[in-house]
Design a protein around this ligand. Structure first.
Ligand SMILES: NC(=O)c1ccc[n+]([C@@H]2O[C@H](COP(=O)([O-])OP(=O)(O)OC[C@H]3O[C@@H](n4cnc5c(N)ncnc54)[C@H](OP(=O)(O)O)[C@@H]3O)[C@@H](O)[C@H]2O)c1
Length: 295
């Protein structure tokens, strides 16, 4: 038996990974880590026969307890950017102490490891965690997830169809956006097969798209003309802050816009297709689903 523990299981990615695992292995091989074991999500897992373990990235001892007897840990990066360094160091150390055999960590792809990256704050803890894993002596796999295409409606805002403007500072940069659910399906394939020890994978789509193409796809899906406007960074920041968007989001969105513009995430390969054994969902398919009949 190969016991797999999926962290972040109350979140989108972890929940999807656990559900895809159900199709690939016995339920007895699957456990999930949650912070609240009485939540509806936790109850749903239990109802499916999945073992629910309680743990918090902030609480080292809870992690050591939760990781006991685990062969493979699917470690979903935390979403608390400010406290993530310490949290993720806890996860790596607790994995080592508990005797986890293999840790698979969801990181980010990049062309350069630079402190000058416009998303340095987001990238820092991923790079540190990769290094902690490598230095720990644990067997690891790095799953470098490109940007979820699920983020596009968030990047473009709720007023997109109303204004007819896709406003984002990405210039003509292209990104290999992939569907989060496709990445989860790929993770289940990796977790239930061998040969991934100490490997690093760029999990990305097989085609990268620009925001001009994204605006065209939304126009087609919604039947409304959407023009792409790529403002200068300062203008973007000013516009979003005066619209009341919280500053931490403004900074993060501006950073991602710049990273996209620089082509840092213009990465493609066929690995996702190989892992899920079908073409990954394209941005056009996704946007058609989201924006059709919304006009
Ligand atoms: N590639 C991309 O485009 C992209 C976009 C957004 C995020 N991400 C990264 O990918 C991760 C997974 O994405 P997602 O969409 O599934 O995010 P999500 O829905 O926000 O899920 C995050 C999960 O992490 C758990 N978590 C947060 N803090 C924790 C802690 N202190 N201890 C234990 N668990 C904790 C959350 O548990 P609770 O339910 O208890 O809060 C939740 O289950 C994110 O956390 C983020 O690092 C990537």
């Amino acid at each position: 038996m190969n016991k797999i523990l999926v962290t972040g299981a109350s979140g989108h990615l972890g929940e999807a990974v656990a559900n895809f695992l159900l199709k690939k292995t016995s339920v007895n091989n699957i456990a999930v880590l949650v912070r609240d074991s009485e939540s509806d999500k936790a109850k749903t897992f239990k109802a499916k026969g999945i073992e629910v373990r309680k743990g918090d990235y902030n609480d080292y001892n809870s992690l050591v307890n939760a990781f006991k007897g685990i062969d493979k840990l699917y470690f979903v990066s935390g979403n608390d950017i400010v406290n993530r360094n310490k949290q993720q160091e806890n996860v790596v150390k607790a994995s080592k102490e508990a005797g986890v055999k293999h840790v698979l960590y969801t990181s980010i792809p990049r062309k350069k490891d630079s402190n000058l990256s416009p998303i340095a704050l987001v990238a820092e803890s991923h790079i540190k965690t990769e290094n902690w894993l490598k230095e720990s002596g644990l067997t690891y796999t790095l799953l470098k997830h490109n940007i979820y295409m699920d983020m596009l409606p968030i990047f473009l805002g709720e007023k997109l169809l109303e204004t007819g403007v896709a406003y984002f500072p990405a210039g003509d940069g292209k990104v290999g956006f992939a569907l989060r659910n496709d990445m989860a399906e790929a993770a289940a394939a990796i977790l239930t097969s061998e040969g991934h020890e100490n490997k690093s994978y760029d999990i990305t789509n097989n085609r990268a798209v620009s925001f001009l193409e994204i605006a065209a796809a939304i126009s087609k899906a919604s039947g409304k003309t959407i023009n792409y406007v790529s403002p200068a960074q300062e203008e973007f920041i000013k516009t979003l802050s005066s619209a009341g968007v919280p500053m931490e989001y403004v900074g993060m969105f501006a950073g991602f816009g710049e990273v996209f513009k620089q082509g840092e995430l213009d990465q493609t390969n066929n690995l996702l297709e190989t892992l899920i054994d079908r073409k990954p969902t394209s941005v056009t398919e996704f946007l058609t689903q989201v924006y059709s009949n919304k006009n």
